[in-house]
Design a protein around this ligand. Structure first.
Ligand code: SF4
Ligand code: SF4
Length: 298
C-alpha cells in the first residue's frame, strides 16, 4: 500500500474578495508580481505531486486569502483530482465563486472547507453554492466564526443545510475567555459537538502528533514545516532526499488550537472519526453526536 502523506499547502497569495472585520490575516492586496509568483510556485507543486506515484497524497490548500477566485487554483485542483494517487484535494474557501469548473474535477476526490461570512454575502447565495456541491456529490463542511452576533446565522444555516453536512464553529478568541455566556455555549455546542475542543484547544506539549511524519505544511518555495504554527523548518519538498526528514516528533508547543493541527493528534481519534473527510473537516453524519470524543479529551 502506498505511504500516505497529507500536505497543507499555503503559497504567498494573501488577497481576498471579502473584507471580514474578524479576518485572522491582515488583508492585503497582491501585486501582479506576487500573483505571478504564486501561480508559478503552485504549478511547480502540482508537477511535483504528479510525480509522487509511490505515495497516496492528500492535499489541503489553506491560503492566507481566497484562492479559488484565481484560475490557477481551479486548474490545480482539477488536475490534482484526476491523479490516481491523489486521494483528496481540498481547499479552505468562502465559496464565493461560480462552480462550473467543478464539472472537470473528479467529484469523489475534490472537497471543500467552506466558511460562511455573514455581512459579506447573503445566506441564500451561500446556500445555493452548497446545493451546487451537493448536486455534484462533492464532500464539504460548512462553518462560521463564532461571534455572538453570528448565532442567528448559525441557526439559519443549520435549518437550511442538509442534515448530513457537518456545521462547525471556530471559537472567537479576540475578546478573552469570558466572551461566551452560558446560553451561547449551549447553543454553540448543540450545533457543533466539537466546539469545546476548538474553544479550549488541546494541551499538546510532548504529545504525539502526526505532523512532521505523515502530514506536513508546505509553502510556495517548497519549505516544509511540520504544521502551520511550529516555525522550525524540517526540509524542502523539492530536495530529492526530502523523505528522510519525515519522522515522529512530539509537539513542542503548549497548546494546539486549530482543527488543521489537532486533527492529526492520534489520541483524539479524529482520523478515525472523520475518515475520508478529515482534510475538509467533514464529519460523517453518523458521527455528528461526537460527545464520546469530547469526554475523552476532558
Ligand atoms: S473570507 Fe476569509 S480570508 Fe477573506 S476576508 Fe474573510 S476571513 Fe479573511
Ligand atoms: S499538536 Fe498542533 S501545534 Fe503541535 S505539532 Fe501538532 S499540529 Fe502543530
Amino acid at each position: 500500500m502506498p505511504a500516505p502523506l497529507d500536505i497543507l499547502y499555503r503559497g504567498p497569495l494573501a488577497s481576498c474578495n471579502y473584507a471580514c472585520p474578524y479576518c485572522p490575516f491582515a488583508k492585503r492586496r497582491d501585486s501582479r508580481e506576487t500573483l505571478r509568483r504564486d501561480a508559478a510556485q503552485l504549478a511547480r507543486f502540482v508537477d511535483w505531486a504528479e510525480g509522487q506515484t509511490r505515495r497516496s497524497l492528500g492535499i489541503l490548500f489553506t491560503p492566507w486569502g481566497e484562492a479559488l477566485i484565481r484560475p490557477a487554483y481551479r486548474a490545480a485542483m482539477t488536475r490534482l483530482s484526476r491523479m490516481p494517487h491523489v486521494r483528496r484535494v481540498a481547499a479552505q474557501t468562502n465559496l464565493s465563486w461560480p462552480t462550473a469548473w467543478l464539472d472537470a474535477c473528479d467529484p469523489g476526490r475534490v472537497a471543500f472547507w467552506c466558511t460562511f461570512h455573514p455581512g459579506e454575502t447573503p445566506l441564500e447565495r451561500f446556500l445555493d453554492r452548497c446545493a451546487e456541491l451537493d448536486a455534484r456529490g462533492i464532500s464539504y463542511s460548512v462553518g462560521i466564526v463564532g461571534k455572538r452576533e453570528h448565532l442567528p446565522a448559525l441557526a439559519a444555516l443549520r435549518r437550511a443545510l442538509p442534515p448530513a453536512i457537518y456545521l462547525w464553529v471556530n471559537a472567537y478568541r479576540d475578546e478573552g475567555p469570558n466572551y461566551y455566556r452560558p446560553d451561547d455555549l449551549a447553543a454553540l455546542r448543540a450545533v457543533d459537538p466539537l466546539f469545546d475542543i476548538n474553544r479550549t484547544g488541546i494541551r499538546s506539549r510532548g504529545r504525539a502528533c502526526a505532523t512532521g511524519e505523515s502530514v506536513v505544511s508546505v509553502d510556495g518555495d517548497g519549505e516544509v514545516r511540520r504544521c502551520h504554527v511550529v516555525p522550525a523548518r524540517i526540509g524542502n519538498l523539492y530536495d530529492p532526499d526530502f523523505e528522510a526528514a519525515l519522522t515522529p516528533r512530539p509537539c513542542p508547543l503548549a497548546q494546539c488550537r486549530c482543527h488543521i493541527g489537532y486533527a492529526h493528534m492520534p489520541h483524539l481519534g479524529f482520523r478515525e472519526m472523520f475518515g475520508a473527510g478529515l482534510l475538509e473537516r467533514a464529519l460523517p453524519p453518523a458521527r455528528h453526536d461526537a460527545m464520546p470524543i469530547v469526554e475523552r479529551v476532558r
